[in-house]
Design a protein around this ligand. Structure first.
Ligand SMILES: Nc1ncnc2c1ncn2[C@@H]1O[C@H](COP(=O)(O)OP(=O)(O)O)[C@@H](O)[C@H]1O
Ligand SMILES: O=P(O)(O)OC[C@H](O)CO
Length: 494
């Protein structure tokens, strides 16, 4: 009986299940879209029950599609949108509020309060994170304050908190296992980067009861099994890992200094720094990549909040494209953006600027500006934002970049990758398997059950799909970048 590893990739816009074989080939994929709600400007929420429903749905669908039985699944690996916060009733398993999505700014008041109280460097030192509503702590605080009786119930142990990994493991085990892994826990702002445990001083500062928190475990280990009532057999759950760390693992960025960028809803650049905890001086954050056996890999990260989401805005908000892939043709129809820049700061600016109150803007409009200029400038904004993060990373880590490994939905866009290479003046390479996030989770789950023996075997499975080399001259690059910097400064000064 041939066996496979299943990955569940629970992203911001959709939930996917994929099956991989030993050579890292994709046997099949099932995907369901997920609805985002925007109840007030800057707020982003999802229905946690829908997240679970899409997850159960894609598991059944991928098995049926591939003609594979649940018995043939050696392990399941879960990878997820990070920071997104769910609080549910321990007895009924019902969420007490919507899932507050990582992009949401609704808890910014708590962040400003912490800043006024001068807690920034204290929190930074312990967690590697910057004070921003992005991370889970202020989102938990918001729910505990806005749902009647929630604080008391949490203190009495009646409520559970979880990022999406915890929520899905809870549902898959039918309420038997309440855990999270270090990579996800390092994004809550409650975990101490050195001890890899919740920090009592941080819990006190945020007034978050320890009774509601999941146990923090390694990234690759069997946490429990899917309840046999769900799929007929008990499938081991062998990994939980934040989606950006999963992509780094899937890209086999195992060496110190190796970097990947994922162009999904947001853009996330991660550099593996192995056992070194680098504290950024240029607006990046530090978190855990993964814990594998006794080995812990740390990463330096630049998180850009709006990337592919800006392409969705062109499609669903402005309705000037029917499909995200169309942006390539529209961009290529022009020989230049003619000085038009779009800064898609729809949910504030993340790395390296960290300005939650910033709003998006379009610059450089003239009577000759067409809809294709807006489309091209929006697409280019993904590359400019990435450029800014790479500059910060080079300074923090003191290394030059010789190649950038890329993945994520928008990395299918050749125009974007060529422009990225032009701006960075370095090679940009897309891996052959585009689903590196899911692949990373599958690898980590497979390692937990001996499906793959070690990282070396996995490394041999990495292949480049396409490579882009810079074609832009120095003068044009400098001019384009200066134009972008001027736009950013205009926004920051507002
Ligand atoms: N060909 C394309 N060109 C530009 N953007 C694209 C293209 N294909 C997908 N996208 C964008 O990529 C995003 C989806 O990427 P994905 O990695 O699936 O995201 P996530 O994991 O955040 O849900 C969407 O925001 C979509 O607009
Ligand atoms: O949903 P994605 O794949 O864009 O990832 C979201 C990130 O994990 C947020 O930190």
């Amino acid at each position: 009986m041939k066996r496979y590893v299943m990955a569940i990739d629970q992203g911001t816009t959709s939930t996917r299940a994929m099956l991989f074989d030993e050579e890292s080939n994709v046997l099949g994929i099932a995907q369901r879209e997920l609805e985002n709600y925007y109840p007030q400007p800057g707020w982003v929420e999802q229905n946690a029950n829908d997240i679970w429903a899409t997850c159960a749905g894609v598991i059944f669908e991928v098995l049926a599609k591939c003609g594979v039985s649940a018995q043939q699944i050696a392990a399941i690996g879960i990878t997820n949108q990070r920071e997104t916060t769910v609080i549910w009733d321990r007895k009924t398993g019902q969420p007490i509020y919507f899932a507050i999505v990582w992009q949401s700014r609704q808890s910014d008041d708590y962040i400003q309060e912490m800043k006024r109280a001068g807690k920034e460097s204290f929190i930074r030192k312990k967690t590697g994170l910057l004070l921003d509503p992005y991370f889970s702590a202020s989102k938990i605080r918001w729910i505990l304050d806005h749902v009647d009786g929630a604080q008391q119930r949490a203190e009495a142990g009646e409520l559970c908190f979880g990022t999406i990994d915890s929520w899905l493991i809870w549902k898959l085990t039918q309420g038997k296992v309440h855990v999270s892994d270090v990579s996800n826990a390092s994004r809550t702002m409650l975990m101490n980067l050195k001890t890899l445990q919740y920090d009592p001083e941080l819990l006190k500062l945020w007034n978050i009861p320890a009774a509601m928190l999941p146990d923090i475990r390694a990234t690759s280990e069997v946490y429990g099994v899917c309840d046999s009532g769900l799929f007929g057999v008990e499938i081991p759950i062998g990994a939980a890992v934040g989606d950006q760390q999963a992509a780094l693992f899937g890209q086999t960025c195992f060496e110190a200094g190796s970097v990947k960028n994922t162009y999904g809803t947001g853009c996330f650049l991660l550099m593996n720094t192995r056992d070194q905890i680098i504290s950024s001086k240029h607006g990046l954050i530090t978190c855990v990549g993964w814990k594998l056996g006794q080995e812990v890999d740390y990463v330096l990260e630049g998180s850009v909040f709006v990337a592919g989401a800006a392409i969705q805005w062109l499609r669903d908000g402005l309705k000037i494209i029917a499909d995200s892939a169309e942006t390539q043709k529209c961009a290529e129809s022009l020989s230049s953006s003619d000085g038009v820049y779009v800064v898609p700061a729809f949910t504030g600016l993340g790395a390296p600027y960290w300005k939650p109150q910033a709003k998006g803007a379009i610059f450089g409009l003239t009577r000759g500006t067409t809809q294709n200029h807006i489309i091209r400038a929006t697409l280019e904004s993904l590359a400019y934002q990435t450029y800014d993060v790479i500059e910060a990373m080079k300074q923090d880590a003191g290394v030059e970049l010789c190649a950038l490994q890329v993945d994520g939905g928008a990395s299918r866009n050749d125009y974007l990758l060529q422009f990225q290479s032009d701006l960075l003046n370095c090679r940009v390479q897309r891996s052959l398997v585009s689903e590196t996030t899911a692949l990373g989770a599958a690898y980590l789950a497979g390692l937990a059950v001996g499906y793959w023996p070690d990282k070396e075997t996995i490394k041999a499975n990495y292949h480049v799909g396409a490579a882009f080399e810079s074609k832009l001259d120095f003068k044009t690059r400098t001019k384009l970048l200066k134009g972008w910097k001027d736009c950013i400064h205009a926004l920051l000064e507002k």
